[in-house]
Structures are given as C-alpha cells and as structure tokens.
Design a protein around this ligand. Structure first.
Ligand SMILES: [Zn+2]
Length: 114
C-alpha cells in the first residue's frame, strides 16, 4: 500500500464522514429534517466557531432540541448543530475539531445507556 493511500485510510477511519455526521449552520430546515429522520440520534449544540466554552451534547429527543427558546427564531444561527446517529462519532469530532469532550446535557443525559 502506498503512503498516500495509507494516509487516506487513517483519515477515513478516524474522521467522521459526511454520511455519519452532519453540521447545520444557518440551515434550520436541514436540521429539522435530520432531527425528524433520526429520533434516536445525538446533537452537539455549539457556537458557529466551535470551542470548549460551549459544546453541549444532547439526545435528538431532548426538550431543548425540540422547543426553541422564546427569544430565538432560529435553530442554527446563533448556535449550530452537529448531528450524528452515534454519540461516539460526535465525541471524535469534538476531540478533533475542538480538542476536548462535549458537556452532557443534564436534562436528557446523553451519556446514559440508551
Ligand atoms: Zn438535552
């Protein structure tokens, strides 16, 4: 196996692919469609430039991912949503993109066994 191919394999294995993970920024419709299609999925809520200051893991079924706060008109403008069926994929993304683990929502307790 040549070096380029070996590198590609590593990236493919350790970087979530688009099919495993989706990022919604200024795309409420896309986010709502994803949430409807993945009721058992997971969502990281974070700033458009993700940082450890605010990186919160929720279940897609969480109250806070289904009821927009009163003062907000959009899901994916002030904060963006990074979504996946597997929370492990989001954990890898958080470590590679932001360099740390997300906080867990106290309300939906996403780290508890399903
Ligand atoms: Zn939650």
């Amino acid at each position: 196996m040549n070096v380029v191919l070996a590198r590609w394999c590593c990236l493919a294995r350790y970087r979530p692919t688009e099919s495993q993970m989706q990022r919604f920024e200024r795309d409420d419709e896309g986010f709502l469609a994803w949430r409807a299609a993945h009721p058992a999925g997971f969502i990281v809520n974070c700033n458009p430039t993700p940082s450890l200051d605010y990186l919160m893991l929720h279940r897609a079924s969480c109250h806070f991912m289904n009821e927009l706060p009163k003062d907000y008109k959009h899901w994916t403008h002030a904060f963006i949503k990074v979504c996946a069926e597997e929370k492990g994929v989001l954990s890898v993304w958080c470590h590679s993109e932001v360099g740390g683990a997300p906080s867990s929502c106290q309300h939906c307790d996403p780290m508890a066994p399903a």
